[in-house]
Design a protein around this ligand. Structure first.
Ligand code: NAD
Length: 541
């Protein structure tokens, strides 16, 4: 078989600046089994020890920042400063994981309920080996944070970076090599979707996919074959709502930034804007001015003034052009931009758009800002929710309470008020989708704990006579069990008192059931203790 190479292509210049040999499906499966072996060592180390090793990578990332940003820029075409944002977000998240992992991952003692003679613990345990599959739009910020969260949680990792930004994938592999103590616990497999599919069916013990909804559906089907659990961070069509009391200058400036940042190739880019009627005209004028002020171009310089780079993945340009052609054919008007220049597309403002147009229905993933009128707040909310996607959203209003009320009604995994995109970078703010934008949450505590499964551990001496487990198991205890059930879990006072009344009635009818009286006494005691030490009072060990 002839070896396959992934070329490194600079999308801004078309220059080929390197290549990497693709992994084969066999090598991918071998990487998973090697990492499964290694997970026994890594997963058993104390959290503090794993953090010590990961701090070394943190230092390497900081020292290598210029090399990383330069590679990202050549690989994607984005400005160096935008590449630095990826490193910033990654290091911030790693630092936060390292600061908190020991607390998030510690074993906790929980209430043992009526099982008074047992102690019960819950422990987050790593899955084993996690397969991470990543896209090209943020080739560092979408590869490293999930990988590092999986590692801090005690898993080993097989990473498959995007074939579109293979140079960054190779650099990530080199960065890991620079930490000899981490090297045995991560493998990077370079390749296209077929290698991603080989990784999924290897299978690893957990899959973390960031990619399109179409790929998410394929990966879910393949993961079902081995019942492999997974997180899917998929596409978006984020809405921005501008209410009639918004700071229009800020909304237009940061809304345009959110639509055009990274040339719109952001899962949570502003892809639809709904503006309340009274401020529509003024907002559009400001958004056009903010969009026209953005400088299109490419530079490897760290202080260059260009803000919007090329379309990184050539296929994406076809999608952008198809959405624009469809919108224009259905009556939309271009107020800014609208032209392609080779691999670049001008930051664009579209008006007179409707929900019949692709640009309002499907993910465009380009620098297009379609703006639509909304008669009132309720219509803005209805239009924002009229989408199969539900990744993120933004709301603009000077009245933070009103903005909060609107935010609560949006079908999105996260919402930001009076800004766009920024919440992705907050380490402890969970990020992920609703509806066809996927499921699972990344970042912070949820992002680390998703790579663990709750292990329950119950310990104590063999069952005692007064142990509820013993009472319920021994024959002849139906009436006692029924009494305990109501005394301990009765919802109304009547339910709780019923067994006592029944017992008194029995006694007055002459039945000398002393044992039941005793049993009820014990049950009452158990119930009282269980109530006192119930789950609300679960203690940490
Ligand atoms: P993509 O779905 O084409 O590819 C993503 C990754 O999946 C790549 O590494 C690819 O090789 C791999 N892949 C493709 N087919 C596969 C298969 N059958 N089995 C396993 N792996 C397979 O997406 P893309 O074009 O690289 O990235 C853009 C998409 O990612 C957009 O839809 C964007 O919204 C989404 N995205 C989502 C988030 C998020 O956090 N929700 C973040 C960034 C990007």
């Amino acid at each position: 078989m002839t070896p396959n190479y992934l070329p490194f292509i600079n999308p801004a210049t078309g220059e080929r600046f390197g290549q990497v040999l693709m992994a084969t499906p066999d090598e991918t499966r071998a990487a998973v089994s090697e990492m499964r072996q290694a997970s026994r060592d890594w997963g058993q180390r104390p959290v503090a020890e794993r953090v010590r090793v990961l701090r070394q990578l943190q230092a390497v990332l900081i020292d290598s920042r210029d090399e990383i940003s330069s590679t990202i820029t050549q690989d994607t075409g984005k400005p160096r400063q935008d590449a630095l944002i990826e490193i910033f977000v990654t290091v911030d998240m790693l630092n936060d994981d390292c600061n908190n992992a020991a607390r998030w991952l510690r074993r906790e003692r929980v209430s043992s309920g009526l099982y008074l003679f047992k102690r019960v613990y819950v422990e987050p345990r790593p899955y084993g080996v996690v397969g991470i599959i990543s896209p090209w739009n943020y080739p560092v910020a979408l590869c490293l944070p999930p990988m590092l969260a999986a590692l801090v949680a005690g898993n080993t990792v097989v990473l498959k970076p995007s074939e579109v930004t293979a140079a960054t994938g190779v650099l990530i592999e080199r960065l890991i090599q620079r930490v000899p103590e981490l090297r045995p616990f991560v493998r990077v497999v370079h390749g296209d979707g077929a290698i991603g599919a080989a990784l999924v069916s290897a299978p690893p013990d957990y899959i973390f996919l960031t990619g399109s909804t179409a790929t998410g559906k394929k990966v879910m089907r393949a993961a079902a074959e081995h019942v492999t659990p997974l997180t899917c961070e998929l596409g978006g069509k984020d809405a921005m709502l501008v209410l009639d009391d918004a700071d229009l200058a800020a909304a237009a400036a940061w809304g345009a930034w959110g639509a055009h940042f990274n040339a719109g190739q952001t899962c949570m880019a502003v892809e639809r804007v709904y503006v309340q009627e009274p401020v529509y005209e003024a907002f559009v004028a400001e958004a056009v001015a903010a969009t026209e002020a953005l400088k299109l171009g490419y530079s490897l310089g760290t202080d260059a003034s260009n803000q919007v780079g090329p379309i990184t993945f050539p296929h994406q340009m076809e999608v952008i052009e198809a959405h624009m052609a469809d919108a224009l054919a259905k009556g939309a008007r271009v107020l800014a931009g609208g032209q392609r220049h080779g691999s670049f597309y001008e930051p664009t403002v579209l008006v007179d758009v409707t929900h019949d147009m692709l640009v309002m229905k499907e993910e465009t993933f380009g620098p297009i800002m379609p703006i639509m009128r909304a008669a009132d707040e309720a219509e803005a909310i209805r239009l924002a929710n009229d989408s199969p996607f539900g990744l993120s959203a933004s709301v603009w209003s000077r009245d933070l309470e009103r903005a909060g009320r609107v935010a609560q009604q949006l079908q999105a995994g996260s919402v930001i008020v009076n800004d766009t995109i920024a919440h992705f970078g907050v380490p402890q703010s969970p990020f992920g989708g609703m509806k066809e934008s996927g499921f699972g949450r990344t970042h912070g505590k949820a992002g680390v704990l998703q790579f663990t499964q709750s292990y329950g551990y119950a310990v104590g001496a063999p069952p005692q006579p007064l142990d509820v487990a013993t009472i319920l198991r021994q024959p002849g205890h139906y009436r006692l069990g029924s009494a305990i059930l109501r005394l301990a879990f009765g919802v109304t006072p009547r339910q709780r008192l019923e067994p006592v009344v029944e017992e008194l009635n029995r006694r007055t009818q002459g039945g000398e059931l002393a044992w039941l009286g005793l049993g009820l006494g014990a049950a009452g005691l158990l119930a009282a203790v269980a109530f006192a030490f119930g789950p609300r009072r679960a203690r940490h060990r």
